[in-house]
Design a protein around this ligand. Sequence first.
Ligand code: LR7
Ligand code: MN
Length: 605
Amino acid sequence: MLTPGPYRRCRRLWQAILFLFICALIIVWKRSNRLEEKSTPSNKHVFRHNQEEYVDHRGVKVIVGHYIGNAVENIPNADKNVINRNNYSPMPDAGKNGFPVIIEPKDLLVSQQIFQINRFNLLASDRIPLNRTLPDVRRKKCKFLYKDYNSYPKASIIIVFHNEAWSTLFRTVWSVINRSPEELLEEIILVDDASERDFLRDPLDEYIKKLPVPTKILRSKTRIGLVHARMMGSREAKGASLVFLDAHCECTIGWLESLLAPIAEDRTTVVCPVIDIINDNTFAYIKSFELHWGAFNWNLQFRWYTLGNRELQKRKQNITRPFHTPAMAGGLFAISKEYFFEIGGYDEGMKIWGGENLEISFRVWQCGGKVVIAPCSHVGHLFRKSSPYTFPGGIGETLYSNLARVAMVWMDEWGDFYFKFNNEARKAKELQDVQQRIKLRDKLKCQSFRWYLENIWPQHFFPTESRFFGRIRNLEKDQCLIKPIGKESSNQPMGLANINICVNKSLTVEMFVMTEDGIIMTDDSVCLDAPETTVNSLHKVRIMACSGTRRQRWKYNKKTQELVHATNGFCLDVSSSKTFEDGLIISNCTGVRTQKWILEPHPWK
Ligand code: LR7
Ligand code: MN
């Protein structure tokens, strides 16, 4: 038994320890708060478009919208000297062969702070030599192809930039020099879109004089945006073909010849490489999945989707052959110079950033050309989660105005659909003069957007006259089928199908398309999915990536108001069982009200 004396002393000791511990906790907490303030810019100007970018379960970078950040000027403690200094200081083996660069704990704080300047790990980038090696990521067969250099159009490489870091810009340049056949390189043209960094002025002028490939720098005094900057470069180009690259790319062996060969075969072909990923933190070079093509969602955001069936079959027959893509990502492609100007260059009514990739894709397809991805050409692109620069006038003036122009000129009725669900673009529309571009469309005798959807992207998930478009309402619950919100994560399928209170506004989460084939689909190519057969009838229903398979077919029985699965004959139902507490299921059709659905059409034009 304890005597009162030592017991009290012991208690005091414990109280002291506890007090010290709490003090330490408070100090740590305050410090970490301060660090956070330093390293994250104010969120006031960060626009978030619906969703984000992520790497799916196959390791494919999926672009889901885009973060638009604020300029470096708003970063607390961002010293003008730090921003203006070129801190490139290579370590011989850093990032060798595309390996990641790991920052030691002692440098982590600095690296986090300067991350904000370019929205990538600048400290890591500055350690990687400009001529780092990269793996040959092509399929073996590619190595034996594309040797007929004489017949390929020589390339002017055009790289536009605004405030790019020295190390990323010149790693792009050196990857071109080191990994392109000399015979195919006409020149490199750098276009400076009014950058504000000292090291991008005289030091750059001096540096490019010594490069082994003729390299020019064109400069714009005012910020003109990437479309105008690329036009500036194109007008100066001497090569028979133009090859555009973002200012933070790295080309791998074989990239150029495989990009130019399809143009030699057909001068109206626009050729994109497979875009690999340079990690924004470690600068690791990550090969991406080849069986994707580019398209866009209801908000006209560019996305990668799994290849259409027809294309997949063609691919399997000849794995190295370039395949069609409904749209290009925008930054990396080759085009005949003559053809580029023939079909109208770029829409020079477009400002700063965004939309030009869809515009040129629609124009090329609808006006008789084609857009392809060359699987033997692999180029890495540094993907970031936000933009480091300003958007003069805001995104209404830039991105949404550009997208409004795309919709007005090229998309016909589907332009109306876009404006119906996008208030910002609808506002921007009023301020656009697109007469010149409509004239161009007439002059080139281009096809309609209907033709484009039917022929180039038949797997699309947009409404048409022959499809149902609207809400799918459950009679018993008086709630609507919804698209699961939240992103598709690496190990989880799209999510369980569910219903929720109907919002009854023009909101796309509760809008579905039902095709004549019985596919119930919605934005971003996701479909109502259930197993074709089940041993016992009860089964969860999911919303999954559209696959074109029979497990995603349904029949609507107008009389009974049932949605019947095409192969197993079970009915779409609201779960009431204890095992599946939440979400929709399929179960034996019994005529109960939870199995009754009303298809409420919604006007889309
Ligand atoms: O005002 C500007 N002036 C410029 O010169 C704004 C940008 N730029 C430069 C910039 O320095 C960079 O070199 O233009 C280039 C592209 O800008 P990014 O890197 O900020 O664009 P991004 O990679 O985020 O976005 C993609 O979509 C853009 C829409 O306008 C362009 O088409 C980009 O070229 C395009 N990038 C790619 O296609 C790379 C692969 C992405 C995928 C998938
Ligand atoms: Mn880019």
